[in-house]
Design a protein around this ligand. Structure first.
Ligand code: FEO
Length: 401
């Protein structure tokens, strides 16, 4: 794609990864993604971030429409993850920049990514300002949002904030701004991104939002490194939604994810779902065979209750459940109600193992954890239905709705 001038003298020079479906090797990106990078034309010529190495040719071609590489003076590295620093070594070699701005944590970590002993690194002080002519670059450290090295770069004269992964969404599109797309879809994609990448750092997000509210920055444009950018009134939408996501306010919703061998566990799960739905709770029934762990996490994210199910298999649980549980637990969703069920043939360890997973995730466990030998009979399915009703009452108590 050709560059897009997003403000007078400020250009989007990102690339579009139309075919990306496996984001960073663990999350689904069913609509593809973009790697956004920026070029600022001033007395100093500045690049903010680069793109994934696999798009280096496109990136350099795009930039060549605006400048000779040798004319670039400054490179800002808001984030070291390779989807944004993939072309950094080439850029340093070709541009021979006067300075490369990195956060204090990136100043330490960059040596482990690059042979950069002779690079002109400038480790910023949080809040530090650098004049580039008519404009100023101001750097804010945003440690653990979502890596230790992350920082934001602000241009006060343009009221623009470059936010790295924060506020990003995985979408490949020719549109560059949220107002050119359906807002609802963008918010949904931003939530999916948050759920799968940012959730463990939700407290850090709240703190960062609080800090930025205190700074009272004039903001006319927020430019994340993935997906669409926010301008005008949409800036407030981005900030409001991020606060909402970071608070992890649960909805009257339950996610039931499970694996099953001969449908016994599946029938039990469906009976629990039926009990929940009979009390007006929105349910998502998700077999781990039919749903990627990333989609499961996206649904778990705003649910008040999580019900998990697996039969006993080789004195454990089915491997597909272990995968989904490892992924969801790693993202540390907060404030959930949990319950578990499972069928078994002879040894029957499943529910104890599932309960341990719920405990490790800090969920408020609703008993009984029901297990059924070989196939659930009518009474056991009624018990599962009743468990759903009990969970529904706890959900309503939690959400107050
Ligand atoms: Fe988009 Fe943390 O990299």
């Amino acid at each position: 794609m050709r560059p897009v001038e997003i403000k007078d003298g400020v250009h989007w020079i990102g690339v579009i990864d139309w075919n990306c479906r496996n984001f960073h090797g663990y999350a689904l990106s069913s609509k593809g993604t973009t790697y956004n990078a920026f070029y600022i034309e001033d007395e100093k010529k500045v690049i903010v971030d680069t793109v994934s190495k696999s798009f280096e040719g496109e990136f350099l071609c795009s930039l060549s429409h605006l400048t000779e590489l040798e004319e670039i003076d400054y490179i800002v590295v808001n984030h070291l993850e390779p989807d944004h620093s993939g072309c950094l070594a080439t850029m340093v070699e070709r541009c021979k920049p006067e300075k490369i701005f990195v956060s204090p944590m990136a100043g330490k970590a960059i040596k482990t990514f690059f042979d950069c002993a002779d690079w002109p690194l400038h480790v910023i002080k949080p809040g530090e300002e650098v004049s580039i002519g008519k404009r100023t670059l101001r750097f804010y450290e945003t440690r653990m949002l979502h890596w230790p090295d992350n920082m934001f770069t602000y241009i006060p004269e343009e009221k623009m904030l470059f936010t790295s992964d924060a506020f990003g969404q995985n979408i490949a599109s020719s549109e560059r701004f949220v107002d050119e797309m359906g807002k609802e879809m963008v918010v949904d994609l931003m939530q999916q991104y948050f759920a799968n990448i940012i959730t463990p750092y939700a407290p850090k997000v709240l703190k960062t939002l609080e800090t930025f509210a205190g700074l009272n920055l004039d903001l006319d444009m927020v430019c994340p490194d993935h997906g669409l950018m926010f301008r005008g009134d949409d800036v407030a939408l981005a900030l409001e939604k991020y606060a909402e996501f970071a608070n992890q306010t649960p909805k009257n919703k339950a996610v039931l994810f499970y694996d099953s061998m001969w449908n016994s566990t599946e029938r039990m799960i469906k009976a629990v779902a039926s009990g929940l739905a009979s009390e007006g709770i929105s349910v998502k029934v998700m077999s781990v065979k039919a749903n990627h762990h990333s989609d499961i996490m996206s649904e778990v994210f705003d649910a008040a209750a999580v019900v998990i199910g697996s039969p006993t298999h080789n004195n454990g649980i089915l491997p597909g459940m272990a995968d989904a549980l490892t992924y969801v637990k790693g993202l540390r969703p907060k404030g959930k109600i949990g319950a578990c069920i499972g069928s078994f043939g002879w040894s029957g360890e499943c529910v104890n193992i599932l309960k341990e997973w719920l405990e490790k995730m800090g969920m408020d466990i609703i008993e009984p954890n029901i297990k059924s030998k070989n196939r659930p009979d009518h009474d056991e399915l009624k018990e599962c239905f009743q468990l759903g009703v009990t969970i529904a009452k706890a959900v309503k108590e939690k959400t107050g709705k």
